[in-house]
Design a protein around this ligand. Structure first.
Ligand SMILES: [Ca+2]
Length: 511
């Protein structure tokens, strides 16, 4: 393994030289989901929060009587997602058993998610999906947080810990994922079976057609289209627990198990300006469903690399906010710690505008860091300068902790990221080595692959991995204790407003 890593890093140097000659580069990465704050065009998808913390036995009857159809019943939180009309909503708002009614939010993956696929050229021939960990030399992020030494220290106790990855699904037959999954399950609306026989596989060949069914519910069925895949969840899962000794990369906690939940749906509708929206997004209902299921199964840590904003002072948004709190409290009671990305809007997320789910009380909010520069030591890329808040990362009082999410390196001439607008035209073609390399499913072929991404989506799973290692050492920790321990053991790298309690550090956290 060591020999392979060395070979790969010689190759890095070579490709750095070649790439500096003006090789074409792509747009900056932005892989965190953004929120569609409006209901899907033409439809009334609603969240109903009942007064009782458990869904009443007659909840479905009350919804039907109001002219609605249940899409997800979240019994343990006293919440239902439904479809209906304005009249349905008005009737439910008058129902004495109902606390709040508002829109069901959706969390979109950006259409132009930037990614740089690992190729023979940019890894100098090191790329191979069958060789063991040959791309580890590029994972500066793992060395920055002391992942390998921590995972070796914790050892076999990791096998007792499960991390839920609520995302676009995980490619369970990826060489870095084989044997790493506890189970794989879809809670999304248009479920489909992947080639591993589960509904948790990241295949997207069915979609909700909101033009044909503005008030879509399950009875309307899903339309079919050309198969596409979503690679986001496989990237996140690789960072948490990419296999050691098989596949190209290594995760923070390769001994823990992944519980893969596919919570995202594909959907299509004609927007008000006539354009066709064909997107992948997660709705409140399927995400709530997955959290409750994971909590009931004893999943120890949940990672949610998704999010968006809602206005807590807006009546339409308040029901969703209340529902999120209910679901979060249930997970907390069951001992499941939820970790979420702070968002990629480069905003201070204080005030009435809340980033969901990271700002929900009890959920750990993770901001993203990058490093100013990299160097090669012992045949591996390592940080060669201070940690900086990544150019896209949200920050603010609600930030609990930080982790590497990838940036583009810093231009020493002005101290700004090479991906900052002023530097971008002149950034080195090798900027992407500063992003986060992990496993993906190739969305054109469905084949296993590797790619560099950046985002708070990439930061959050580093913290989930560290949390899993600590939980393996301290199975007695409650969610509050685990959260407090993670914050206490974080490495001080700067201001609290930016980094929260500091950089999650696997080595420091497991000593
Ligand atoms: Ca591996």
């Amino acid at each position: 393994m060591k020999k392979n890593v060395l070979a790969s890093v010689f190759a890095v140097s070579l490709s750095l030289t070649l790439a500096a000659c003006g090789q074409q580069t792509t747009a900056p990465a932005s892989t965190d989901a953004t929120l569609g704050a409006q209901a899907v065009h033409g439809s009334q998808r609603l969240v109903v929060v009942f007064r009782n913390g458990k869904l009443p036995a007659d909840a479905s009857a009350r919804i039907t009587k109001a002219g609605g159809k249940v899409t997800k019943a979240i019994g343990n939180a006293g919440v239902a997602t439904i479809t209906g009309t304005a009249a349905t909503r008005a009737a439910l708002e008058k129902d004495t058993a109902v606390l709040a009614v508002g829109i069901e939010h959706r969390y979109e993956l950006p259409k132009n998610t930037d990614r740089v696929l690992a190729t023979a050229a940019n890894t100098g021939g090191a790329f191979s999906v069958t060789a063991a960990d040959t791309l580890y030399g590029y994972q500066w992020d793992m060395r920055r947080i002391g992942a390998q030494v921590a995972a070796e220290r914790v050892g076999a106790a990791q096998t007792k810990v499960t991390v839920g990855v609520l995302d676009t699904g995980v490619m369970s037959d990826h060489p870095d994922m084989v044997g790493q999954l506890a189970f794989s399950k879809g809670t999304n609306y248009c479920q489909e079976t992947g080639r591993d026989g589960t509904t948790g596989y990241p295949v997207y060949s069915r979609y909700i057609d909101f033009d044909a069914h503005p008030n879509w519910s399950e009875a309307d069925g899903c339309a079919t289209t050309t198969v596409t895949y979503e690679d986001h969840g496989t990237h996140v899962a690789g960072t948490v627990a990419g296999k050691a000794g098989g596949g190209g990369i290594i995760g923070v906690a390769p001994g823990v198990k992944i519980a893969a939940y596919k919570v995202f749906d594909r959907y299509r509708y004609t927007d008000t300006d006539g354009s066709i929206v064909d997107a992948v997004g997660g709705f409140d209902g399927p995400i709530f469903d997955a959290i409750i299921d994971a909590a009931n199964r004893g999943v120890n840590v949940i990672n949610m690399s998704l999010g968006g904003t809602l206005d807590r002072s807006n009546r339409d948004d308040n029901a969703s906010w209340l529902a999120w709190q209910r679901v979060m409290n249930y997970a907390d009671k069951k001992g499941t710690l939820i970790i979420a990305s702070a968002g990629n809007a480069a905003e201070n997320s204080n005030g009435n505008i809340a980033h969901i789910p990271s700002d929900v009380p009890g959920i750990m909010s993770v901001s993203a860091t990058g490093v100013t520069a990299l160097k090669t030591v012992g045949g591996q890329l390592v940080a060669n300068g201070p940690d900086v808040l990544a150019f896209y990362s949200n920050y603010g009082a609600s930030t609990d902790i930080a982790a590497p999410g990838g940036d583009c390196g810093t231009n020493p001439a002005n101290g700004l990221s090479w991906c900052d607008a002023v530097n971008r035209p002149n950034r080195p073609a090798t900027y992407f080595y500063h992003l986060i390399l992990s496993s993906v499913i190739d969305y054109t072929t469905g084949a296993p692959a590797y790619a560099w991404f950046a985002g708070t989506s990439m930061a959050s799973p580093h913290v989930a991995g560290v949390a899993a290692l600590v939980k393996a050492q301290h199975p007695e920790f409650s969610t509050n204790q685990l959260k407090a321990y993670l914050k206490r053991s974080a490495e001080n790298v700067g201001q609290k407003q930016t980094f929260g309690s500091g950089l999650a550090n696997a080595d420091l956290a497991t000593r």
